[in-house]
Design a protein around this ligand. Structure first.
Ligand code: ATP
Ligand code: MG
Length: 311
């Protein structure tokens, strides 16, 4: 397994609302990181809806693994070792089965089919810590897709990252949100609000400043700025006004430009179907090159130490 010299990194994908693009974006970023030669683990901690298998087009694990060895079973102590699915071996998508030269390994740790949300206790947190520490010893980047909102998954992640085994490891928090008023307010609430990331983190002995320095937002499915050139002048004026208001709102919510890791454009392919966008999709003119550029850029910024002023 290759960690390519980079310090292994834990990345928690969060969002306040559901349907923000958290999973689709995270999977695509995982894929782009893997193309760079990094070994990536994608850990499905969306306990209420463990559907990451569908994004990698692993038919037998579309809604979680059926073998009783998924992450639900592992965290609840029903299996000692959670199932790992090597994406290019298990996927039904032919282009994904042909591993790109020099690519790293992309491994999915799925939830259990029919698995549901559960409570959080010390034993569950300890199992999560053991798992994440082990994955960090094998993979360059461990991406953990957390259930939306102030969820048990978020609590497990916050408690795990202050444990002695993980506190010294790099951990980053990505807050995904759509580029609309409601979503910006919701994302601001998740970071700064009551029972949000900082408050809950503080409660579990995280240093609030350090925690905040490890948080960045990802704005998803953002309309391209040149859209306004293709519409009637009154509509263009209205859209420009709304864009300005959104930028001001994001700033007021503490989610201004300095907090943004990047953004993704509206991608028609993803509006129809949740999936990885491959270079083959761009070459076949099915997907917009700007989408792949956005995922590549997110992957680069995520692993660039200049993005993070923590260490
Ligand atoms: N850039 C994009 N352009 C258009 N649609 C997108 C884009 N990114 C994601 N989507 C679509 O948005 C929907 C929600 O995305 P996704 O399932 O990743 O969100 P989520 O936050 O993980 O939701 P959940 O809380 O249900 O897990 C999906 O249909 C996805 O294909
Ligand atoms: Mg999801």
């Amino acid at each position: 397994m290759s960690t390519q010299g980079t310090d292994p990194m834990l990345v928690f994908a969060t969002s306040d609302k559901g349907g923000t693009g958290r999973s689709v974006t995270s999977c695509n970023v995982a894929y782009r990181l893997c193309l760079r030669g990094l070994d990536i683990a994608y850990v499905d901690f969306d306990f209420g809806s463990p559907t990451a298998g569908a994004l990698f087009e692993i038919g037998h694990a579309e809604r979680g693994t059926t073998e009783g060895r998924g992450l639900h079973s592992y965290l609840l102590g029903e299996t000692g070792e959670p199932r790992r699915l090597i994406v290019d071996r298990e996927t039904d998508r032919p282009q994904l089965r042909r591993a790109a030269p020099g690519a790293g390994q992309l491994v999915l740790l799925p939830g259990d089919v029919g698995g549901a949300e559960f409570g959080c206790d010390d034993t569950i947190v300890a199992r999560a810590v053991t798992l994440l520490a082990k994955l960090l010893s094998e993979f360059a980047v461990v991406i953990v897709d957390l259930s939306a909102g102030r969820s048990v998954a978020l609590e497990i992640a916050l408690r795990a990252t202050v444990s002695t085994m993980l506190a010294h490891r790099a951990h980053r928090w990505l807050v995904f949100h759509r580029w609309t008023r409601q979503h910006v307010l919701a994302a601001g609430g998740l970071v700064y609000g009551s029972h949000g990331l900082l408050e809950t983190g503080g409660h579990f002995e995280h240093d609030r400043q350090e925690l905040l320095a490890s948080v960045r937002c990802v704005r998803t499915a953002v309309a391209a700025s040149d859209w306004t050139r293709t519409v009637d002048p009154p509509q263009a004026a209205w859209l420009n006004e709304q864009s300005k208001a959104l930028r001001e709102l994001a700033m007021a919510e503490g989610l201004g430009a300095a907090m943004v890791l990047g953004q993704t454009p509206i991608e028609p392919m993803l509006q129809w179907r949740e999936q990885l966008i491959l270079d083959a999709d761009v070459n076949a003119r099915l997907a917009d090159p700007a989408t792949v550029e956005a995922y590549t850029d997110l992957a680069r910024r995520l692993t660039d130490s200049a993005t993070w002023d923590i260490e």
